[in-house]
Ligand binder design. Structure first.
Ligand code: C2O
Length: 620
């Protein structure tokens, strides 16, 4: 047994002890594959410790994250931030909006009048056993006047959302008083706990159609597309202001569940009593259990160090290597006339499909027929943890944008900017809000307490020890032909390997700065009432199903919670993974083909995939 030491990073925090090795498998004898004996030089690992008490208030500077992140030079190198930033001056090579596409003439998604809202009746494994109401429409407005257009708040004070694991006793008391006040309102009140919870169900389980945009037969859905981030930002914006109003505190801010930081990876303990308690949670996942950001529906019983390492690497992938362009991070375009789940070319963003869905599933009660509350979209809003979870999801949008990496920008298309939703504001006034008005936290008058995004230096490493030589020589087209014939649409009922040709090989640094190389998995069709998940590996070994996420060959995963889907059971989505860094780490840049391995994690029937391809996507 040979244990391998990782190079130590210069970036470390006082409260973290040194972390040495995660792999103890034996080194192979074979040296036939170049990857066995040459390892990349530039891998930096976090030094983490599991000895930190969960309530340890680490010595972190608490400042709003608008203050720019200062990382030591060594970690910036691993981020490749510098080289991409240098390209900012190269703009103009590609244009942002393609006006020749027919979609350019379509319209933004517009939330209709509440009177058109209907009861959700689909999207449940067992509708008759639903413990939460499926009548999700909001209370009718007191007067029939149309919603007012949103105006930016004039608040003097910026609300700073604190990290849940660092909140003070006073803050927690205030938070619970606000939730209690909300619970005390009658259900018919637009600010009541139940009315607020139902907002999610109405927008996710078929409460609205696209009637206001001229498509009464099309469902309005805010998941699985570029509406995911803005809708949830607005939802929390009003929820927070309503809570503040209920306790008469104009500075009140929601806490965020800092699951991307080692000290925030347990469920926030204060949610387990008083008004914040929810009966439908997975009791096995209360502290001290560490969240599994790649949760597939069963516990992996990883050691603490390994779970943290996996979570951090996943965050790196979902925020950086798999999120290099707008579509990869936000999800695909979705406009009036589109079916979010069937026609067109839908795809889900890296955070939505990844850590977001994993945390939902991890918290839902496996003993409940529909995995209530967090494990199903119709019921998720009933758990106060939902809003704390989504505050961190929202924070990811902010962190992603603030990295200043070229390509990290919101959609610019007018159909994104002008998409709108309707909410009751803190004064019970109906307000129409637009995506374009939620891109600046400064204007919305809230921000996040600083917590270091340690995953920024958690780039994955290739496996130090490999059990068997790779069975296919990826360089030779002839060996590729020996693979069992794979037919599309591909039925994903078992571990499946596919060889995919790259549009270009041996890409220079300059090429990489102009375009990201992405693996696209398109037309994933599945049944809407099931939890779906599969993992994707590139150039993986035969035992990839046992791999953890810290290994380079792990590209990412696709996961979806049960949804409503309209009038049949079939839904469609897609996902994109960045290949540039992955191939660099595996020293496979000169290969003509990649071997993609799809590993179904939650065994399911009837999942098919239309197409798997590698594409070069310009960095704009
Ligand atoms: Cu609307 Cu976490 O989902």
């Amino acid at each position: 047994m040979k244990s391998v030491k990782y190079p130590k990073t210069m970036f470390s925090f006082q409260s973290f002890a040194t972390f040495t090795s995660i792999t103890t498998r034996t080194l192979p004898n074979s040296t036939s594959d170049r990857r066995y004996n040459s390892y990349p030089k530039q891998i930096h690992h976090l030094q983490i410790s599991c000895n930190v008490a969960p309530d340890d208030k680490e010595k972190l500077v608490v400042v709003p994250e608008t203050q720019k992140l200062i990382l030591p030079k060594s970690s910036l190198d691993t981020l490749n931030v510098d080289r991409r930033n240098m390209l900012l001056g190269l703009g103009g090579l590609y244009t942002t909006v393609n006006f020749t596409s027919p979609a350019a003439f379509a319209a933004p998604i517009t939330t209709p009048n509440f009177s058109t809202c209907v009861t959700s009746n689909l999207g449940f494994q067992d509708p008759n056993k639903a413990v939460r109401s499926r009548a999700c429409c909001p209370p009718a407005p007191a007067t029939s006047t149309a919603p007012k257009d949103f105006v930016f708040p004039k608040d003097q004070v910026i609300r700073i959302r604190p990290a849940a694991h660092r909140t003070t006793t006073e803050y927690v008391a205030k938070y619970k008083a606000a939730i209690q006040a909300m619970r005390d309102l009658p259900d018919e009140h637009p600010h009541s706990f139940v009315a607020q919870a139902k907002i999610h169900c109405a927008y996710c389980n078929g409460g609205y159609t696209q009637i206001a945009s001229g498509f009464p037969d099309k469902e309005l859905q805010i998941h699985n597309s570029w509406l995911f981030f803005p809708f949830h930002r607005w939802y929390l914006y009003f929820y927070e202001r309503i809570l503040g109003k209920l306790i008469d505190d104009p500075t009140f801010a929601l806490p965020y569940w800092n699951w991307d930081h080692p000290n925030g990876m347990t469920f926030p303990a204060f949610l387990e009593d008083d008004s914040a308690f929810d009966a439908y949670r997975n009791r096995k996942h209360l502290p001290p259990a560490l969240v599994d950001l790649n949760y597939s529906g069963s516990d992996r019983h990883a050691t603490c160090i390994r779970q943290i390492t996996s979570n951090m690497t996943l965050m790196y992938k979902q925020m950086i290597s798999n999120a290099g362009d707008t579509t990869s991070f936000f999800g695909s375009e979705y406009r009036a006339g589109n079916d979010a789940y069937r026609n067109g070319d839908p795809s889900v963003g890296s955070i939505e499909a990844g850590c977001h869905t994993a945390v939902h599933r991890w918290m839902g009660d496996p003993g409940m027929p529909n995995n209530e509350d967090m494990g199903n979209f119709y019921s998720a809003g009933y758990d106060p943890a939902f809003y704390i979870h989504h505050a961190n999801v929202d924070r990811m949008w902010k962190l992603w944008k603030d990295m200043g990496i070229k390509g990290h920008s919101e959609p610019t298309h007018l159909d994104w900017r002008n998409a709108s939703y309707v909410f009751y504001d803190e004064n019970e006034q109906l307000v129409r809000v637009y995506n374009k008005d939620c891109v600046s936290l400064e204007k919305l008058k809230y921000d996040y307490e600083y917590s270091p995004p340690l995953w920024k230096i958690s780039r994955s490493s290739i496996r130090r020890t490999l059990p068997e030589p790779i069975p296919y020589n990826m360089k030779s087209a002839e060996t590729v032909k020996q693979l069992p014939d794979v037919k599309f649409p591909l039925k994903l009922d078992k571990i499946t390997k596919v060889v995919v040709k790259r549009p270009a090989k041996s890409r220079s640094q300059e090429d990489k700065e102009k375009a990201n190389e992405l693996l696209l998995i398109k037309g994933i069709k599945f049944n809407s009432d099931k939890f779906i998940k599969f993992d994707v590996f590139v150039n993986g070994q035969d035992d990839v199903s046992e791999s953890f996420e810290e290994e380079s060959e792990f590209a990412g995963s696709f996961a979806q919670l049960p949804h409503n889907h309209g009038d049949d059971m079939l839904m469609k989505s897609g996902i994109r993974f960045g290949l540039t860094e992955l191939l660099e780490e595996m020293e496979a840049e000169d290969d003509e083909f990649i071997l993609v391995t799809l590993v179904p994690k939650v065994w399911f029937e009837e999942v098919t995939i239309d197409e798997i391809k590698v594409e070069l996507v310009p960095i704009i």
